[in-house]
Design a protein around this ligand. Structure first.
Ligand code: BYC
Length: 472
């Protein structure tokens, strides 16, 4: 029988034989997947200084230890229940939340949980080669911390599938380990999770922008009328915050170093000659990962989204901040593409819920970019970073068949084909990044030339602490 002690949990695992049996079947497959598709080259001979969630209270977060990655204790946690919690929006507003899945919403809920679950292992797969190119042991440890937590998020969704969806749920849980990021025959469900992440600029942008979509989607799922889904995602949000910290501070440290190099070169733009990452390249990677992550919010006009809202399955981020929780009459104004032209139109707000969530997301991203610009300002630079227009480089939604520049100006196909690498990473940009990342930095306290050290270490350890150690 699977040992409940090895799996920290607050779901009463030791007394739940059915769940134990389901996990007993799934866990060996998960470990095999982790070995095959998880961090490459760091499975057997390395110990990583990671944080393991051992309970949901604040002290449960303070547990740091060296572990071999396949031996990480992936746990199952739900945030504490809210007494007498009521459905906060949609047609069932005010009714008690559900502790079981109602038959009529089973398919929709399963689809939402599977889509969420699919992104978690996908991100681990996307990032599996980065350890071979890391800028420092500090960053290597952060990468692995993010990876094990994404693994835990997969466990969280598999817990829901096993506990509430019977045989279908068990089949879905297996398929979550069978699809593979970028695989032509069995790709991951959402496009951004099939994109390669082969350098650390990609990684930091992904944790800044794509993990922020994670925050946005988890906030809206945490409003769900299905209480176990709400409680699971509420706990996941606490881990998501660290991932965005890794992304935002990773880019902040690159900017810091870029500014130092520019200053030492007499404000010359040619930072590449000094082995740094120039601002235009950083801007291109913002353009790429922001637009890919906008796509993750789905179509601007979506009957799926309207029905999720009507049935209380998936709400708006921070639903309590809105005054109207029924949204029966309201309209939402948005740009609509029709016959190659763009018109402002008012559409029923329920069908615009993806766009409402996207608004929240764009605001949260903008706040991060504003913080980055303070670094440029502090160094006396006149350049500023910015988010591209929402219509730029879209692969999902009504703008996906048209082309726009980062200002939102429409472009003919030919101009887009000719100019796209002015705004998006070119093969040469990627080649350059790989060239400066070719030699990993594994010496404690040392950092690659293109990135500044962090302000402080992990869990009050010094920056030169050996965050990842090789077994003798
Ligand atoms: N790529 O009516 P629509 C995270 C499909 S990230 C490919 O707009 P809906 C994390 C859609 O599936 C957060 N296909 O769909 C971050 C549908 O297909 P079918 C992940 C896409 O359902 C970093 C069709 O288009 N969480 O946690 O309203 C590291 C119709 O579209 C895409 C969630 O996603 C796309 N980008 O909205 C680790 C939450 N977008 O069925 C983790 C759960 C749409 O007609 N998911 N399509 O063939 C959802 O809430 C919704 O499924 C979506 C899509 C918002 C994603």
């Amino acid at each position: 029988m699977i040992s409940a002690e090895r799996i920290p949990n607050n779901v009463g695992l030791s007394g739940n034989k059915r769940l134990q049996r389901a996990l007993e079947h799934w866990q060996p497959k998960y470990i095999q997947w982790w070995r095959d598709m998880g961090p490459q080259g760091f499975q057997d001979y390395h110990q990583v200084f990671v944080r393991t969630a051992v309970s949901v209270d604040p002290s449960g977060w303070a547990h740091f230890e060296y572990v071999k990655l396949p031996e990480y204790r992936w746990g199952i946690f739900l945030a504490d229940p809210v007494h007498d919690r009521r459905i906060g929006f949609g047609d069932f507003f005010g009714q008690p939340v559900w502790q079981e899945v109602p038959g009529e919403f089973r398919n929709q809920l399963r689809r939402l949980i599977v889509t969420q679950g699919d992104t978690e292992p996908a991100s681990v797969e996307q990032q599996r080669w980065l350890g071979q190119r890391c800028p420092s042991l500090y960053d290597l440890r952060n990468l692995f911390q993010v990876n094990v937590e994404e693994g835990r998020h997969l466990w969280a969704m598999v817990y829901l599938l096993h506990s509430y969806f019977g045989r279908d749920g068990r089949d879905e849980a297996e398929e979550l380990l069978e699809r593979q990021s970028g695989n032509r025959d069995k790709p991951r469900i959402l496009d951004a999770f099939n994109e390669p992440i082969d350098n650390w600029l990609d990684f930091f942008m992904f944790t800044m922008f794509t993990d922020r979509d994670g925050k946005s989607q988890l906030l809206s799922l945490s409003e769900s009328s299905l209480d176990p889904l709400s409680r699971t995602t509420r706990f996941m949000l606490t881990e998501e915050a660290h991932h965005m910290f890794v992304g935002e501070t990773g880019i902040a440290r690159i900017l810091e170093r870029t500014c130092q190099l520019m200053t030492s070169a007499g404000y010359s733009e040619d930072v590449r000659k000094l082995g740094g990452i120039d601002l235009p390249t950083i801007q291109k990677f913002i353009n790429l990962w922001f637009s890919l992550s906008l796509d993750l919010h789905g179509n601007e006009i979506s009957t799926n989204a309207a029905s999720y809202f009507a049935n209380g399955l998936k709400g708006r981020a921070q639903e309590e901040k809105w005054d109207d929780h029924l949204v029966r009459e309201r309209h939402y104004e948005l740009d609509v593409a029709a016959d190659g032209r763009i018109e402002r139109k008012a559409i029923p707000m329920r069908t615009a819920m993806n766009e409402v969530l996207r608004d929240w997301y764009v605001g949260d991203c903008q706040a991060g970019v504003t913080r980055w610009n303070k670094i440029l300002e502090r160094h006396g630079m006149s350049d500023r970073l910015r988010l591209p227009d929402r219509k730029f480089n879209r692969g999902i939604g009504m703008f996906s068949s048209l082309h726009f520049d980062p200002n939102g100006t429409a472009l003919p196909d030919e101009a887009w084909a000719r100019r796209r690498h002015e705004w998006l990473p070119s093969p040469e940009d990627r080649e350059y990044l790989l060239s400066i990342m070719a030699e990993p930095v594994y010496e404690p306290g040392k950092f690659a030339n293109y990135i500044a050290p962090p302000l402080r270490g992990i869990n009050r350890m010094p920056i030169h602490f050996e965050y990842v150690r090789t077994e003798a």
